[in-house]
Design a protein around this ligand. Structure first.
Ligand code: NAP
Ligand code: ZN
Ligand code: ZN
Length: 349
């Protein structure tokens, strides 16, 4: 057992405070990682503040982890000491169900083991603790390689925000000539713009923040629609093949469904804590639209996404924060005041 410094919440209102947590010994199939950087995802905020149900405190969040391998177990084949690696939203799954066997571990029928806040059966049911910490020990099957030359801090957000947007874009087979809408220009949204552009799509950003328009164009967006402006929304009707919805707060989907062309699909990625207004089935029926959802991405797909981003020069636009600034960063994220992902510098823990 080793002890590492971390920042943990002790209740929904405690904020994040310095703590020390235990990491297991490096087992035969494990890699031990010295964490360099960890992205701050809005899911961390939802979880830590018990917005998705009562969290298991004390809890260390963080599932956009990049670091350097410090030890490998005797049976590890895919990794060596000194390599830069990443860990995303899950650290285990049953490895036997159809979803696991098909590389969709995130949809494991027994439930994936989340990087934080999940009971880890293989480790005596202990609650997993995340990446706002100096180190972590993870089974090599749930670790990915960071391609050479990628900036480690700006790569960290790809481990969740990157793969969560890459996966549905690939699932929908978005390609050259397609039109893609992205609702919400935050951590997920800005990655969706970059990845959809790299796939060859024409991209429309829907934002509630008119001040983000020029930044959206700078990210590569072709069109920006201010979603609170009904004329702007009307001008976008029947124009899109696919929409990724990355909004973290309650909102009405029906105006966005009107912007889809026949056979279009709206994929829900944001998960607000309160109930959303109902989708009007008439809107779906009249244009043969699909309304679906998508959860992060599988492990092989996460590696594929990293290789794709390396090839296309895609990184996250980040603002680095120290451990002492985590609470303030959460408040700024909730207020939509981040361009576009906060990343914790783990050396400040
Ligand atoms: P984020 O950085 O805070 O971005 C969310 C964006 O939503 C904001 O920047 C804002 O963009 C927009 N927004 C906020 N309040 C709004 C409102 N009332 N109405 C309309 N738009 C609003 O969050 P994130 O880290 O990208 O995460 C987004 C959501 O995805 C969260 O709910 C998170 O839990 C979820 N998530 C899901 C998965 C998955 O696997 N499905 C993975 C990761 C995260 P504008 O200023 O441009 O309007
Ligand atoms: Zn996340
Ligand atoms: Zn499984």
């Amino acid at each position: 057992m080793t002890h590492v410094k971390a920042y943990a919440a002790t209740s929904a209102t405690s904020g994040l405070r310095p703590s020390t947590i235990e990491r297991r010994e490096t087992g035969a199939h494990d890699v031990a990682i010295d964490i360099e950087f960890c992205g701050l995802c809005h899911s961390d905020v939802h979880t830590i503040r018990s917005e998705w149900g009562q969290a298991k405190y004390p809890l260390v969040p963080g599932h956009e982890i990049v670091g350097i391998i410090s030890r490998v177990g005797d049976s590890v084949e895919g990794f060596t000491v000194g390599q830069r690696v990443g860990v995303g939203c899950m650290v285990d799954s049953c490895r036997e169900c159809d979803s696991c066997l098909e590389g969709f571990e995130q949809y494991c029928e027994a439930g994936m083991v989340g990087t934080y806040g999940a009971a880890d059966k293989r480790n005596g049911g202990t609650i997993t603790q995340g990446g706002y910490s100096q180190g972590i020990v993870v089974d090599e099957n749930y670790v990915v390689h960071i391609p050479e030359g990628m900036d480690p801090a700006a790569t960290a957000p790809l481990l969740c925000a990157g793969v969560t947007t890459y996966s549905p874009l690939r699932y929908l087979d978005v390609q050259e000539g397609d039109t893609v809408g992205v609702i919400g220009l935050g951590g997920l949204g800005h990655m969706a713009v970059k990845i959809a552009k790299a796939l060859g799509a024409t991209v429309t950003v829907f934002t509630t923040s008119p001040a983000k328009a020029s930044a959206a164009f700078a990210l590569g967006a072709d069109n920006v629609v201010v979603s609170t402006d009904s004329d702007d929304m009307a001008g976008a009707q029947h124009s899109l093949n696919a929409i990724l919805d990355t909004v973290a707060a309650v909102h009405d989907l029906n105006p966005y469904l009107r912007t889809l062309a026949r056979d279009g699909a709206l994929i829900q990625l944001g998960l607000p804590s309160e109930k959303m207004p109902p989708v009007d089935p008439g809107l779906l029926i009249r244009k043969r639209l699909a309304y679906g959802g998508s959860l992060i991405g599988g492990i092989a797909e996460t590696q594929e996404m990293l290789d794709f981003c390396a090839e296309h020069g895609i990184l996250s636009d980040i603002e680095m924060v120290s451990a002492a600034e985590l609470d303030e960063a959460y408040d700024r994220m909730v207020a939509g005041d981040v361009k576009y992902r906060f990343v914790l510098d783990a050396s400040t823990l």
